[in-house]
Ligand binder design. Structure first.
Ligand code: AMP
Ligand code: GLY
Length: 425
């Protein structure tokens, strides 16, 4: 069959890489893709906001199955649009994507469905929010309710910083309409877990647990990013905790979404905080995480395309997923300055010196080709160097040895991805 993947990140490169291996896939397309994806898929540079042109492209190329990578087209209703034209596509519809598009909805959803989440208050007015922070105990977490590419969450230690952030979000509209409503919630201290499940509306299959590193600097310092590195599975999470996550968070969410007529079909990504033995829901995403997707798919033994098709056809009860019994780790290389302003379009040299194999793969995100067909670093996050091994430290060694070979003038990466494994053992 002919398959289309939408998106341009490391996540979409990993999706394309896994789908290209499927015997079911005869031809692979990607909109818009990147320099790495170009090597395995036919890329087309269309505006992801223009649903009509995407639909026309699908019709023209006689594409049979579509996978939507990022959140924006999902929350804007691309799946709904494609289903009107009888095009099979993987991802939740607009109504159920609200779990990611509105943190305000999700917090209230958790409360009415008894899903544990940090205590919070919601504000639509700067003065009310500012009055509230006069009397709270710090640190607090201030969040833009809408989409902000992982950058709309601020951990605030002092009153004066809180006022500035509220001003940026609610008066200066730094994140546009996404920051018009803010959530102010209790700061939780614990172990963060990314729990992704594939959900067909009724049945679900949990993927391996993974852990992202959201802060830009080592030891989890500095501002939040989309994610600077991830690994899976998590050796320190015991089976009883996995059970608890499914019983207390995932199943109640799927059931409550059905009760509220928001039947969820796609990837349900629960961002969790394990505080002692309590599991809190921090946020929901409605798609694969980036970079979690890269190490996860690197360990997947089963045919991804078949799994995604079974999900859309609501046949997950007949689906089994097999994993390599190894650890995988993905380290993100970004342009220095990200998540704020950065210089771009420097050449990335020596990628050809790195021999990819069953234990090593470089997934591209913000890469493109210059006029001479050289690979340049055109985005914030640029590469995810991903490796696997039976021994976690060996996987880490493979990743950082490969990274050391890459030469690019403005690169930045964290050298401590996976450091919490040691801390927790
Ligand atoms: P979110 O987009 O809501 O997942 O927030 C982004 C990141 O901010 C999370 O992955 C956490 O690292 C951090 N964070 C969000 N909410 C809290 C909280 N209540 N307590 C501690 N850290 C938080
Ligand atoms: N890695 C976090 C996210 O994809 O939202």
């Amino acid at each position: 069959m002919k398959v289309l993947v939408l998106g341009s990140g490391g996540r979409e490169h990993a999706l394309c890489w896994a789908i290209a291996k499927s015997p079911l896939c005869k031809k692979l397309f990607c909109i818009p893709g990147n320099a790495g994806i170009k090597e395995i898929a036919e890329c087309k540079n269309l505006n992801m906001k223009n649903f009509n042109s995407i639909k026309n492209f699908i019709k023209k190329k006689k594409i049979n199955f579509v996978i939507v990578g990022p959140e924006e087209p999902l929350v804007n209703g691309l799946i709904d649009k494609l289903s009107k034209f009888k095009i099979k596509a993987f991802g939740p519809n607009k109504k159920s994507s609200i779990l990611e598009s509105s943190k305000s909805f999700t917090k209230d959803f958790c409360n009415r469905n008894k899903i544990l989440t940090a205590n919070y208050k919601k504000f639509k007015n700067f003065h009310d929010a500012n009055n509230y922070i006069q009397k709270v105990k710090f640190p607090v977490v201030i969040k833009a309710s809408g989409l902000a590419g992982g950058k709309g969450v601020f951990i605030i230690k002092k009153k004066i910083e809180a006022k500035k952030i509220l001003n940026d979000l609610m008066i200066k509209n730094k994140f546009g309409s996404s920051g018009k409503e803010v959530i102010i919630e209790d700061y939780l201290v614990g172990e963060e877990i990314s729990c992704l499940s594939i959900v067909d509306g009724k049945n679900y299959i949990p993927l391996l647990l993974s852990q992202d590193h959201k802060k830009i600097y080592e030891n989890d310092k500095g501002p939040n990013t989309g994610g600077m590195g991830a690994y899976c599975p998590l050796p320190y999470i015991k089976k009883n905790i996995v059970k608890k996550i499914n019983k207390e968070i995932i199943e109640p969410t799927i059931n409550a979404m059905n009760k509220e007529k928001r039947n969820f079909n796609g990837i349900l990504y629960a961002g969790l905080m394990l505080v002692k033995n309590k599991i809190y829901l921090i946020e929901y995403n409605v798609r694969f995480g980036d970079p979690e997707c890269q190490p996860l798919l690197f360990l997947l033994k089963s045919d991804l395309l078949k799994i995604l098709i079974n999900c859309v056809n609501k046949k997950l009860n007949k689906t089994k997923i097999k994993w390599k019994k190894e650890y995988a780790i993905g380290v993100v290389l970004a342009n220095k300055g990200y998540p704020n302003k950065f210089k771009k379009n420097n050449l990335i040299k020596n990628l050809n010196l790195i021999k990819e194999n069953k234990n090593l793969k470089i997934f591209h995100s913000g890469t493109s080709l210059d006029k001479k067909n050289n690979i340049i670093a055109s985005g914030g996050r640029v590469l995810t160097v991903t490796a696997s091994h039976k021994n976690f430290n060996n996987a880490k060694k493979i990743v950082y040895t490969a990274i050391n070979k890459i030469k690019w003038a403005n690169s930045y990466y964290r050298k401590d991805i996976g450091y919490r494994i040691k801390k927790l053992k």
